[in-house]
Design a protein around this ligand. Structure first.
Ligand code: ATP
Length: 309
């Protein structure tokens, strides 16, 4: 299912401080239904503060946080039931069995079709064999999957996840990814905070980059590397001699990274200088064998953004 244009979560110029500590400054974004919206940033960037604002646990100091078109703090009980969440602590009761955990949360979300919900919850998790074991004995990965299923039992239209795959092995990470991808395809929206760049890149339709409470960029994972900062270009000359000639002409005009001792060099060219750079290269075409642009990876772009500002 495609993302819908109507936003289910909207931040408009939101700022939030805890006494003198500024956690968010003028953050704006929209999350359409049927999409996965990622939020990445170093420790203390303000991700959990955003989650608390979405869940209506905090009010913004300035700006508005809307969920389903209403102020998040004023959401009705019925509308709150349209949201599911998994926070840093899983919220799973270790002393209850797996079945009792699912039973407890299924009851909390309404008793209609309770036994169906419990069996679906258990079979989806491949957990029938564990159903009578205390949840505390599950591995970290299984507990995390149980928490995710618990949050999805009532099919919330928005799923809010704060670090859902932290510390999971690659198999459980893939399972989590497949689960979330499937959930999006059913038309639900997911707000995902994570430090796992590869998970975010593979899953999210849009990503917000946060640093010290400031929004540095909101972009799709595939667009972002192309749009941010300087691109790296590889230029290979026809010979060492041609490269020496080329270097004297390049000198001072463009930044050459690393070694200048072979017939290949690497340059950083800001987007606004690209046309001029390509013009320069075509005027020296006789010296050049190959020109290649290297688009940075999503993770490299993240580090670049975090270092730059
Ligand atoms: P992490 O990745 O480490 O979980 P985060 O991006 O979720 O961090 P937040 O927990 O939102 O960041 O914190 C943002 C800033 O606000 C940090 O500087 C943090 O120390 C501060 N902060 C968060 N909660 C409180 C609080 N209750 N009282 C005072 N300061 C707080």
């Amino acid at each position: 299912m495609q993302a819908t244009s109507t936003p289910v979560i909207e931040f408009d110029n939101v700022s939030k401080s805890y006494r003198s500590k500024v956690a968010l400054t003028g953050v704006s974004f929209r999350v359409p239904g049927g999409s996965i919206f990622g939020c990445v940033g170093p420790n203390g960037a303000g991700k959990t503060t955003m989650v608390r604002l979405i869940l209506g646990l905090l009010s913004p100091d300035t700006g508005t946080v809307k969920v389903f078109g209403s102020n998040a703090v004023d959401l009705s009980v019925l509308d709150r039931r349209r949201i599911g969440c998994v926070l840093e602590s899983t919220g799973i009761y270790n002393n209850l069995t797996v079945r009792q955990n699912i039973e407890f949360f299924a009851r909390l979300y309404g008793t209609d079709g309770l036994s169906d919900k419990i069996s679906i919850g258990l079979s989806d998790l491949d957990m029938e064999e564990y159903e009578n074991q205390p949840a505390g004995r599950l591995s970290k990965g299984m507990k995390q999957q149980l928490a995710m299923r618990r949050a999805m039992l009532h099919h919330p239209e928005i799923l809010v996840l704060d670090e859902p795959a932290a510390g999971l092995d690659p198999i459980h990470q893939k399972e989590t990814r497949d689960l979330l991808d499937h959930y999006r395809q059913e038309g639900h929206a997911i707000f995902l905070c994570s430090h796992d760049m590869s998970q975010v890149e593979r899953l999210c339709d849009m990503v917000l980059f946060l640093k010290e409470g400031n929004c540095l960029a909101v972009a799709s994972a595939s667009d972002l590397p192309k749009r941010q900062g300087a691109d790296t270009w590889i230029v290979r000359a026809v010979s060492r001699e041609s490269m020496r000639t080329l270097l004297t002409k390049l000198d001072g005009r463009y930044r050459v990274n690393g070694s200048k001792d072979s017939n290949q060099i690497e340059l950083s060219i800001p987007a606004h200088e690209e046309a001029e750079f390509l013009g320069f290269l075509s005027s020296e075409a006789g010296l050049i064998r190959e020109v290649r642009r290297v688009v940075p990876t999503f993770e490299e772009t993240f580090f670049r953004l975090m270092e730059d500002r």
